[in-house]
Design a protein around this ligand. Structure first.
Ligand code: C2E
Ligand code: MG
Ligand code: MG
Ligand code: MG
Length: 285
């Protein structure tokens, strides 16, 4: 037995891998065509200010409407698009679309609304990224200070020297940088304070745990006080209930995003929501 450890498990693993591999290939083939067929849509999730309860911005989240599979989750296809390099043209289209919508909403609402766009590692590593962002801002007419690019910890920590140069070039355009899913990647705190960033997003995994885990509370507290010390804007993501809302509000988070206020919605729905000026209400306790 000892000489053949986990033989069965290997076999099971192989079959699972095959099934995954088949699905991957299918998605790969369709993904290539999906761009030409315009099967993508950008949805938006409102970000709500915790002082006023008003929408102050939105995160763009791509959706793929597959003709047969229905909506395919970005968690599933973004990694594949990234491997194939398709994320670069797709990402440019997402950024352009998000900037166009945001520009329209600034005019419509006559108030500054911040739009946050997720960037994958492959996009971040494109040597001409700052020029492309600059061109898209010029083309859409969006005020650069209303654009935030969201980057994950693993993306910015990958090659810190190169990251700092790219971030500086991006910051020169006047845009903001946010670290997404903070606390889930490996972050070198030693490097964090050297990065020219503006905001941190506390990952949903901590938010989910605050009711049951003293550890999650401790980590959330630590992230918040560290972010405050670094003068970063703090957004908590995945707020689903009043208890979580109260928790992050009490601790001085600046804004939240989550199903409690709204899931990601289409641009049309977002526009209606903005015009309705619906507030988030805080329990007075
Ligand atoms: P993310 O950037 O951390 O986005 C937040 C995810 O949490 C979104 O999932 C959103 O729908 C979900 N979410 C928000 N509030 C709640 C909540 O209260 N409860 C729960 N259960 N979930 C909530 P989504 O849209 O499926 O996106 C998943 C991930 O895919 C994103 O995580 C991001 O990493 C990636 N992604 C999405 N759109 C893009 C894109 O345009 N470009 C790139 N590069 N990646 C994207
Ligand atoms: Mg994000
Ligand atoms: Mg996130
Ligand atoms: Mg996340």
């Amino acid at each position: 037995w000892c000489q053949q450890p986990g033989l069965n498990r290997y076999r099971l693993y192989d079959t699972e891998l095959d099934a995954l591999e088949v699905e991957r290939r299918l998605i790969e083939m369709d993904l290539t065509k999906a761009i030409e067929r315009a099967e993508f849509q950008v949805h938006y999730q409102p970000q709500v200010d915790l002082q006023t309860g008003r929408v102050v911005g939105m995160e763009s989240l791509v959706r793929w409407h597959h003709p047969v599979r229905g909506v395919v989750s970005p968690a599933k296809f973004i990694p594949i698009a990234e491997e194939l390099g398709l994320i670069v043209p797709l990402g440019e289209w997402i950024l352009t679309t998000a900037c166009q919508h945001a520009k329209r909403w600034q005019i419509l609402c006559m108030q500054p609304l911040r739009v946050s766009v997720n960037l994958s590692m492959r996009q971040f590593q494109q040597p001409n990224l700052p020029q492309r962002v600059e061109a898209i801002l010029a083309e859409t007419g969006l005020d650069p200070k209303l654009l935030t690019l969201e980057l994950t910890e693993s993306c910015v920590m990958h090659d810190v020297e190169a990251t700092i140069l790219t971030l500086k070039a991006l910051k020169k355009l006047g845009i903001e940088i946010s670290i997404d899913d903070f606390g889930t990647g490996y972050s070198s705190l030693n490097h964090l304070y050297q990065l020219p960033i503006d905001a941190l997003k506390i990952d949903r995994s901590f938010v989910k745990q605050i009711r049951v885990s003293a550890g999650a509370i401790a980590i959330s507290d630590a992230i918040i006080s560290m972010a405050k010390g670094l003068k970063l804007h703090i957004v908590a993501e995945g707020i689903e209930d009043k208890e979580q809302l109260a928790f992050f509000r009490k601790r001085g988070c600046d804004a939240i995003q989550g199903f409690l206020y709204s899931p990601p919605i289409s641009a049309i729905e977002m526009e209606a929501l903005l015009l309705s000026d619906r507030r988030l209400h805080f329990a007075s306790a």
